[in-house]
Design a protein around this ligand. Structure first.
Ligand code: SAM
Length: 245
């Protein structure tokens, strides 16, 4: 899979992209990730990417000319400044899934992560300041995604979360593919508790059943605990969803 990250803080991704499974996925060729500085598409000598909001109000707004030009270049594998004609053209047809990170977007869930992990290419566009000009939402975004119901300073943390969550689902990335299907949210439940040695630690014992070797009893115990935890912390996950069937 290829992921392009568009940001005004390219250095932000140095750690997340060079750590743990993401670094390994890159080394092993499962992931081609490219970080782009949005300022490279700015056309003024201050390399500005923002301007004052129409209608007044606090904060600055990210400019449509800069962000749309960046998306067009990246869709077509062109360098900043190379013209794209006609506007919004995408070589070879459809534009790649282009995700704009925004608090007003669709919440990032494991179901959405799975959907994104099925793509060949992703483009993740990180906002800053007061937000992004609405024309960028209209012209380039195929998706708007939110990390949660809170406001971050920028989209970089949300983009890094998408990269981590997506990359671990790519074929060949997780050592044990089973662990990806047994996790929280994959069956509509939070995950059961885990234990390792020692069997007793500071007065807290590993449940007997996990030491019994009875795989049926272990599976039943884990399911019960997962249900219990979900009921207590995330009852919304147990509510029936709308839709066919
Ligand atoms: N004024 C905006 C609002 O009220 O929705 C918030 C702007 S925020 C300070 C700047 C940028 O951070 C946004 O453009 C977006 O890219 C990113 N951001 C903030 N919170 C986010 C969230 N929960 N999920 C994804 N991106 C977020």
């Amino acid at each position: 899979m290829r992921i392009d990250l568009l940001t005004i803080f390219p250095g932000f991704f140095d750690g997340p992209l060079d750590t743990s499974l993401v670094a390994t996925a890159r080394e092993q060729g499962h992931l081609d990730v490219r970080v782009h500085d949005l300022r490279d598409w700015s056309t003024d000598r201050h390399r500005s990417v923002d301007d004052a909001p129409y209608g007044g109000g606090a904060g600055m707004v990210m400019r449509p000319d800069v962000l749309v030009a960046a998306a067009e270049s990246i869709w077509n594998d062109l360098a900043p400044g190379e013209p794209v004609q006609p506007p919004l053209h995408v070589a070879g047809g459809e534009r790649p899934r282009t995700v704009l990170l925004t608090p007003r977007g669709r919440p990032l869930t494991q179901a959405l992560v799975r959907e994104l992990a099925g793509e060949d290419r992703l483009v993740l566009l990180c906002g800053r300041y007061e937000g992004i000009d609405e024309r960028v939402h209209e012209l380039v975004a195929t998706d708007e995604v939110s990390l949660g119901d809170y406001v971050l300073m920028g989209g970089e943390v949300a983009a890094a979360a998408i990269v981590e969550a997506v990359v671990r689902l790519l074929p060949g990335v997780l050592g044990n593919a089973e662990s990806a299907v047994q996790e929280s949210f994959e069956h509509g439940l939070l995950e059961h508790p885990h234990y390792t040695r020692p069997a007793e630690f500071r007065g807290h014992e590993v449940p007997e059943v996990l030491r019994s070797g009875d795989h049926g009893a272990i599976a039943a115990w884990r399911h019960e605990r997962a249900l219990e935890r979900t009921r207590a912390v995330r009852p919304d996950l147990l509510e029936p969803t709308d839709g066919p069937g």
